[in-house]
Write a protein of this length. Sequence first.
Length: 451
Amino acid sequence: MTNFLSPGDQGYDTGRTGYNLAVDHKPEVVVPAASVDDVVAAIRYATTRGLGVAVQATGHGPSRSADGSVLINTSRMDGITIDPVARTARVEAGVRGSALVRAAAEHGLAPLNGSSPEVGVVSYHLGGGIGMLGRSLGWAVDHVRALEVVTADGVLRRASATEETELFWALRGGGKGTLGVVVAIEIDLHPVARLYGGGMHFAATDAERVLTTWAEWARTAPESMGSSVLLIRMPDLPVLPDALRGRYVVHLRFAFTGSAEEGTRLVRPFRDLVGGGRPMSDTVVEMPYSAVGSIHAEPTTPVPFHARNTMLASLDAAAVAELLRHAGPDADAPHLVELRLMGGALARPGAVPSALARRDGAFVLYAGATAEPERVPAVHAAYDRLFTAMAPWSTGGACVNFLSGPDVTAAQLATAYLPADVDRLAAVKRAVDPGDVFRTHHGRADRPGAM
Ligand SMILES: Cc1cc2nc3c(=O)[nH]c(=O)nc-3n(C[C@H](O)[C@H](O)[C@H](O)COP(=O)(O)OP(=O)(O)OC[C@H]3O[C@@H](n4cnc5c(N)ncnc54)[C@H](O)[C@@H]3O)c2cc1C
């Protein structure tokens, strides 16, 4: 029987709380769904009462707060079925990347997961999915074979390249919380059992040299090499080693599918940086793919965080200088900055067109900060300075998956799409959800169905 939890009921708080505490959902009802029937019952409960419906798997990428709505928590829908011969997986709505990576690895296979193993598989795919293998294998969304989705009318539909094709197009890139509850996703797996990968930390004094070398190196890095760089003042936490605790560091990350020998050659420029520039730590090794989450080693403790991003068309010397002016060791920025190397297969269209068609970024520039409400205005002011300064290198587009939290506007979200696709997405929304039942997304609350 479907559980409908109201404020004060056991499980209500657990069900509404996710990783990003900046979104403090106060839904009228939380439904901890364990099955498709529960999802259908939750939607029918909402529509008969005129309530909105929101979805949460892990809370890593929440949209608007689900206040007064029915919040479907999918974390109990944790089924994974692997077909090792077809190299596919059917993954239910509540599965995290780590569980899928583990299950696929038993067959020597890998999904196109992202940097954090804690992120939910379904929503990661719906937002495009910039994975650790993206430069060689493309956006995760291009490897979605089918989606099972319950729409606002309570009907379970299957969308694929041959069924509900317009819905299939829209869900892939434009389906986070807007068009229905995706109860399961069917995706390709890839024969990747190992990597040469890991991270290197550099001290603040080497920030300029490392970033300049990385920007130059990125121009010729092969597609089989994934890489990113994080500029961060580490928190002053006892769990961290003394060398990192409270210090500004540069964290370079690598995920290379070629041989360890070739990988060693490719990362040598960073190991050989002269003038005291050798890494403070170096964890780049031959590893099983199942250890992929250790490369970024992102924190897992829930925090209130606020983020912004844009795609950069290039990263020349002037861009590096500008970036360091706003996020370098002397900037005293209240946020971290991450650059992810795009290009390769991430710049090419998928075999089956999707709403995730804006692929003109050579890098994603992402800024994020943990901030209690009173510090949020200062974080936004710093973002305004950073993103204005970097505007000359921006494509003007953003990455859907990194647009989350209470600060995102419909206008920002629209930049993630090709202009014609914004209207097409709105048309699909009007067709499948004319009453805007799924209304807590970042689309225009004032114009139901519009982005
Ligand atoms: C630490 C960290 C690392 C990340 N790394 C990457 C990365 O490497 N690459 C990348 O591309 N992204 C990355 N992301 C972004 C992440 O992929 C998105 O925020 C994603 O939407 C999170 O999904 P979730 O289920 O974990 O979070 P949730 O907050 O539970 O879901 C996010 C939103 O998706 C929608 N949604 C959730 N489940 C469903 C469903 N079943 N049906 C329909 N809509 C649904 C809802 O609107 C929900 O608000 C990262 C985020 C974090 C916090």
